[in-house]
Design a protein around this ligand. Structure first.
Ligand SMILES: [Zn+2]
Ligand SMILES: [Zn+2]
Length: 323
């Protein structure tokens, strides 16, 4: 089968032909229909999140078909121990032995992949594979971040990429007011946010017209933390949704005072997945996608890095290469 392999930090993914993987006990062999590209893939390639045992096939927003035709979605969380204090208390996202798809386990930038059936979500047949793929990380981790904001009415979102795109739709559906913060001058992302129902969109250095109740930071930029804390009301929460962030600059305690909270969201639990995948079609959450073939995976990653599209990049292995 054709696959894109990570071999070393800082190097483009390598197109390779490999033997098709073989499913073991408790595993499923999936033919990949689509696999979303995530900012975490850039962090892996850049060495900001370590891959212990290369070569590795990246890709952790997989939509695939089993041999019997059933469709499954595979998220970042690929395996947990099931026995530790985290696994036995509804916090399997924190399991110290957890294995992550497209990082510790081969992922979906390939024609086929093998997954643990306990960590694969059944998906409906009546939606497009490329439309479903971004739900599996951008949507799901975005949803976990949104849950950590409690019942915040005025919600700030810093970094208007794939996760913000999907989670704005959920927040608006829940009757919240969304304030979208983008790179200064990113008119495309700001108009995208307004189209999705944001009541305000502006540059991340700007102060919003109203005090926020909570904010989610999806951009991997530590300098946004004090800005977001300054924008929220006493008692509000700032949630950092990314797996990696540049250093957070020192800030005055005044910004945290007033019972403001600062927290991260790490990974996901299967319960998050089940809840979100049930909720998404009822809204419905609509993905905005840019499609690439498997051989164009490096191009998709470069476009993500450069901010060349709004919404999500999705690899569709069946897509013929553009001339
Ligand atoms: Zn991801
Ligand atoms: Zn565990």
């Amino acid at each position: 089968m054709r696959a894109m392999e990570f071999r070393a930090v800082g190097r483009p993914l390598e197109p390779v032909d490999r033997d098709a993987p073989v499913a073991g006990v408790d595993q499923l062999l999936l033919t990949v229909e689509a696999c979303g590209v995530c900012r975490t893939d850039l962090h892996l390639i850049d060495g900001e999140v370590a891959i212990a045992d290369p070569p590795r096939i990246l890709g952790h927003q997989i939509v695939g078909r089993a041999i019997d035709g059933r469709r499954f979605g595979v998220p970042w969380l690929g395996w947990t121990c099931g026995a530790c204090k985290y696994c036995t208390s509804g916090r399997e996202n924190l399991c110290p032995q957890a294995q992550f798809t497209g990082c510790d386990i081969d992922g979906g930038f390939a024609e086929q992949t093998v997954v643990d059936k306990r960590y694969a979500f059944p998906l409906p047949d009546d939606a497009g594979a490329a439309d479903l793929a971004p739900l599996l990380c951008a949507g799901l981790i975005g949803y976990r971040c949104l849950r950590m904001c409690g019942d915040a009415q005025r919600l700030g979102i810093y970094g208007f990429g794939a996760a913000a795109h999907l989670i704005t739709q959920v927040a608006v559906h829940q009757g919240r007011e969304v304030y979208a913060f983008t790179r200064a001058g990113d008119d495309a992302a700001q108009s995208d946010a307004r189209e999705l129902g944001a009541v305000w969109a502006g540059g991340s250095e700007e102060r919003p017209p109203d005090e926020l109740d909570a904010a989610i930071i999806f951009a991997p930029v530590g300098a946004l933390v004090p800005l977001a804390l300054a924008a929220i009301a006493p008692g509000g929460t700032v949630v950092c949704g990314g797996i990696h962030m540049s250093e957070i600059p020192a800030f005055s305690y005044d910004l945290l005072w007033g019972e403001r909270q600062l927290r991260s969201v790490a990974n996901l639990t299967r319960l998050d997945g089940e809840e979100f995948l049930e909720l998404a079609p009822s809204i419905p959450v609509v993905s905005k996608t840019t499609i690439y073939s498997l051989d164009q995976t490096n191009e998709a990653l470069a476009d993500l890095r450069a901010g060349n599209f709004t919404g999500s990049a999705v690899i569709v292995p069946g897509t013929p290469m553009s001339p």
